[in-house]
Design a protein around this ligand. Sequence first.
Ligand code: PT1
Length: 281
Amino acid sequence: MFIFGNKQCDLNTPRVMGVLNMTPDSFFDGGSYFSGGKPAIDLALKQAALMVKEGADFIDVGGESTRPGAVAVSEQEEMNRVLPVVEAIVRRLDVVVSVDTSSAAVISEVAKLGAGLINDVRALQRPGAIESVVASDLPVSLMHMQGEPPTMQAQPSYLSVVDEVVGFLRHRIACCVDKGMDKTKIIVDPGFGFGKTLEHNLQLMAALEKLNDLGCPLLIGVSRKSMLQHITGRSVEQRLAGSLALATIAAIKGAKIFRVHDVKETVDVLKTYAAVYSNVG
Ligand code: PT1
C-alpha cells in the first residue's frame, strides 16, 4: 500500500492520474480553466469531478507549463493558479491531489492544504525542494529532464538515453534518502518528451522495464505528446489512439501510474490490461 497524505492506494493495479493544467499555455488543455485572464475554480473543479467520475485516482494540478518551449512563471503566479484549486478539490472530491511543481514554497503551501503527492519534473533539484517534501512527509514523483523547457528540445544528446535516465533517477533517489526521505515514498518517471528526440523516447519505451530495477513505482506521461506527431503525423486533438497504444505498452512493461488527459479511455485500457495479466502473473 502506498500512502498519499490521508489516502491509501494499492499500486499493484495500474492507476490513472488526470491532468488539470491551471495554465494559459499548456499544449492540450491550456487556458481551459481561465476566465477573463484569471483562474476559474468552478471550471477546474467541474473537470476534476468529471475525471474522478471516470475513474481517476489522482488529479495532477499544475500552474507552470513544462512542455517544450514553455516560459517560466513567478512563484507568486504559480501560487495564485494552484492553491485555490488544490483547496477546492481536497474539500469536495475523494481523490489524491498531486501538484506538478518544482518550488519549495509551493510544496509547503499545498502540503498544508491537503495535497497527497508532489510531482516534480525537476526531481527536487531546486533549492529547498527536498527539505520541503521531507518536512511535509508527502510522497514524491521524481522525473528525468535534460535541460529546461524553453530550450530542452534544441539538441537533446545522450550516449545511452536509458542508462542516463536510470543513472540520474538512481542518483536523485539517493539524494532524497540522504536528506531523510523514506525510499518507499518515491515514485520515478523517465520524462517522455523532456529533452528527448523521437528516437530517445522510443528507446526509453522499448526498455521501460529497466526502470523497475530502481525499486520504485513507475509513473509515465505520454498522453498526446509530440512523439505521436512524429509517429502518426497527427495533430494534438487526433492523438488519442496513439496515446492509448503507448499506455498499453507501458502497462505491460510495469508502469503503475498514467498521467493522462483522457481518463475514461485510459481506465478501460488499464482494466483490460489487468484482466489479462492478473491471471498469468
Ligand atoms: C510527465 C509530465 C509531467 N509531462 C510527469 N509530469 C508534462 N511526472 C507535465 C510534447 O512533446 O511526463 N511526467 N508534467 C507535460 N510535458 C510535455 C512534454 C508536454 C513534452 C508535451 C510534450 O508534446
